[in-house]
Ligand binder design. Structure first.
Ligand code: HEM
Length: 352
């Protein structure tokens, strides 16, 4: 079939001007595209003629976005609290986008065989979590403790603990066994459903006094048990740790990628959790005494990374690093921060 634009192009070739040829070539491409869909390009060109140009505010749905912060109290800082949670969920979405790209099933020729692809995707995921940890101060010094104490009572029993996207990130990143509590049965035949019941975070939803599941956890389970178990089945042989262990030598033995994976493990399971713990400690402790967390959980023994000991890629850590989970990384970070302050030109303590 000869397209109209091709015909004009042929006519044009006797006395071509580059602008006209380029336009005709683009029209020819469009004609081919629409013909491939069984459509007539001319109808679409007419639509294009009448359509309005895109605006920034329509493109990013700005009005909807700015209408999504609906506080439950008149207290000023509650909007900060809601907005930062939403920002975090959007960042989680971006992390998942990279994890999905890495774990997507594209057959034997899949891009996951390529080192550059792994490096690019993992760098982005690390970067997002780095920003999340670094920005957590918005929940620390950026929230008035008195206001926070008041408005959080109006939010019960909701908790960030109910973030399903955070659980998605974990499930996509590692084997289920690595997300199960230490005292799990060593039963090889345990089903996904059995292991799901023993996932480490279920501890975070147990009432200190009654030892029963909190309403926060029960609400979460009612909504998410089924989709999470479905995701666990899907990612059993597709999670990042599994795919990495199956990847070609060039990928598995690359030192830079190894560091990126270790860094991702630290950023999710140590640095972000420590930033979060700092916020909880500031807002859930008053005059030296604990204030009840959502549903009365023992957040002090549940939240610290050294108690949780969640590792996405255990084989990338030495026995000592596993034993002292996160300690070396935290010390290193602390030393870097001290050095930065020490060498800062504005620091009064910096050597002259
Ligand atoms: C002042 C701010 C915050 C405080 C005081 C706080 C407090 C807590 C507490 C006490 C828990 C334990 C479960 C419970 O008792 O509810 C928890 C868990 C959790 N929160 Fe927050 N939180 C804060 C901000 C955030 C933000 C901004 C997010 C982002 C989505 C978040 C996400 C989570 C997650 C994912 C868990 C489960 C952690 C895990 O399984 O290790 N929290 N939070």
């Amino acid at each position: 079939m000869r397209y109209f634009a091709h015909y004009l192009l042929a006519m044009e070739s006797s006395s071509p001007t580059s602008d006209v040829s380029e336009v005709l070539q683009r029209i020819a491409q469009l004609e081919e595209k629409y013909a491939g869909m069984g459509q007539d390009m001319r109808a679409y060109l007419e639509g294009l003629y009448y359509s309005n140009g895109l605006t920034y505010w329509d493109y990013i749905h700005l009005d909807s976005l700015l209408g999504l912060q609906t506080p439950r109290t008149p207290l000023h800082d509650e909007v900060i609290f809601i907005t930062y949670h939403q920002i975090t969920e959007l960042m989680f979405k971006l992390v998942k986008l990279e994890l999905e790209a890495l774990t997507e099933d594209r057959g034997a020729e899949s891009e996951f065989l390529q080192l550059s692809f792994w490096r690019r995707r993992m760098s982005r995921a690390v970067n997002y979590f780095r920003h999340l940890s670094n920005s957590f101060d918005i929940m620390l010094s950026g929230l008035d403790p008195d206001e926070m104490r008041k408005f959080r009572m109006a939010l019960l029993p909701a908790s960030g603990f109910q973030s399903a996207q955070y659980r998605h990130i974990e499930i996509m990143s590692t084997a289920l066994e690595n997300l199960v509590r230490g005292d799990r049965p060593e039963d090889e035949s345990a089903s996904i459903e059995d292991l799901y019941a023993g996932m480490y975070w279920k501890q975070g939803g147990i009432d200190l006094e009654t030892k029963q599941k909190t309403l926060t956890l029960r609400d979460f389970e009612r909504k998410y048990d089924e989709p999470l178990i479905h995701l666990l089945h899907k990612y059993q042989t597709r999670n990042l740790y599994y795919l990495y262990s199956q990847a070609p030598d060039a990928v598995r033995e690359d030192a830079a990628l190894r560091e990126l994976l270790r860094s991702y493990d630290l950023h999710v399971n140590v640095f972000w959790k420590l930033s979060h713990l700092a916020a909880a400690s500031r807002h859930l402790v008053s005059g030296g005494a604990d204030i009840e967390a959502t549903g009365g959980t023992n957040w002090r023994t549940f939240l610290p990374p050294r108690f949780q000991r969640v590792m996405f890629f255990p084989s990338l850590w030495s026995a000592q690093e596993q034993e002292e989970w996160g300690k070396a990384a935290v010390m290193k970070l602390f030393q870097e921060q001290v050095a930065r302050v020490w060498h800062s030109p504005t620091s009064s303590t910096s050597p002259s």
